[in-house]
Design a protein around this ligand. Sequence first.
Ligand SMILES: Cc1cc2nc3c(=O)[nH]c(=O)nc-3n(C[C@H](O)[C@H](O)[C@H](O)COP(=O)(O)OP(=O)(O)OC[C@H]3O[C@@H](n4cnc5c(N)ncnc54)[C@H](O)[C@@H]3O)c2cc1C
Length: 446
Amino acid sequence: MAPWLTDWRGKYHGQAAAMLSPVSTDEVAEIVRLCAAEGAAIVPQGGNSGMVGGATPDASGHQLLLSLRRMNRIRSIDAAARTAVAEAGVVLENFHHAALDVGLRFPLTLGGKGSATIGGLVSTNAGGTQVLRHGTMRALVAGIEAVLPEGSIFDGLAPLKKDNRGYDLRHLLCGAEGTLGIVTAACLHLIPANAARQTAWVGLKSPEAALALLRKLDDGVGDALEGFEIVPKSSLDAVLRHIPQTRAPLANPAPWNALIELAGDDEGALAVPLEATLAAALDAGLIDDVALAKNERESEDFWKLRDSISEAERAEGPALQHDVSVPVDLMPRFIADNPARLAAEFPGVRTTSFGHLGDGNIHHHVQPPAGVDGQAWLAQHGAALSRAVYSHVIELGGSISAEHGIGQMKRDILAELDSPARLHALRAVKAGLDPAGLFNPGKLIG
Ligand SMILES: Cc1cc2nc3c(=O)[nH]c(=O)nc-3n(C[C@H](O)[C@H](O)[C@H](O)COP(=O)(O)OP(=O)(O)OC[C@H]3O[C@@H](n4cnc5c(N)ncnc54)[C@H](O)[C@@H]3O)c2cc1C
């Protein structure tokens, strides 16, 4: 069980009485009923790629790990209706391939696609790099099948466009982090496979310039804009240092970079407005340099740089990760002000901000001052430092978790900083559906 008792970042280590790996929804229901009768707590787990310790059991050794990985069948793909029903344990990358095999695409992707499962993606309402155009997991879920805490099977797989029977259980289960139900399968929306895409890597001076470029692209290329990610020089340097077979796209390093992706039916219809918009931005001095991917291979190389940042930063040593959102227009201000605010209180800390600028969501990582024992420093100052980051986010009307969820990592800070009204509602829903508190206790609000 060892690999499944520690989270992907190696921050949380738990114990479990046993790991159970059912192969069917009926087996999951049977397990849940037995656990309800015995008062045994269940920790659901998919690919164990989550970032907040949500799938790691506690240290008691009394909890049961419920791995959904063996439920890995794609039950059906309806190419005409553009939907597919996938079991919880289907790995995202495999799902992408299955959709492509019938000329379709599942428009959600992220760096952990080789591990993350459909059940985990639903349960964390995952985002990724195409949210700008296609939304988070919740927008792509047409139906859900789940086992509820008393052992009943909720069959909500039918892809109903209209359904006003009160509270939407599908939406409640999206982002519930295994605290309300065990997701056993999901019906997911697909779109036509890309006939063409255009990928550009742009060097620029600041997040303000990146936001101004994003606005120009909104006007210039419209709906075709699918991804807009920002990468500071420090993150790109970390990738080039630690990840094999990577190289800088621009001859002259820029303080900031933007990775831009357009997708559509026709190469020319994408390339013409993209090149015109970037040329105008160059002329206006908004951007310093640009590299356009000449083929699929170069597009993938650009994305590899972006997708490897988490891995590269992990290799750089200990850091505190904050996955936060603020209204898009305020993001440059947050990125500029936060390091200064932190440096005043915690001299010497080093910050990087990268990610989904177009969604108002960045990953804000803070490393301890150079030359100190990083782990010891974080143990002493980490909680206060994160509180300072989150307080700033809340001042700007933002969220302390944009896409990774709450898990065990942010449970206490959520309870401290979230509004009383939201906390009351979250706790009431949890108590109503799982009164014995056996589904993923200690996570989110439990
Ligand atoms: C390199 C890398 C990049 C990443 N990039 C992104 C990104 O851009 N955007 C993003 O949103 N996330 C990202 N992630 C985080 C992670 O991939 C997502 O959170 C993903 O949704 C987790 O899926 P999983 O199957 O690994 O879930 P796990 O880690 O196994 O579990 C996550 C949570 O869901 C619960 N859970 C799992 N399966 C079920 C189920 N069947 N029923 C009920 N509850 C369940 C668990 O109890 C836990 O609370 C990244 C991760 C890595 C490693």
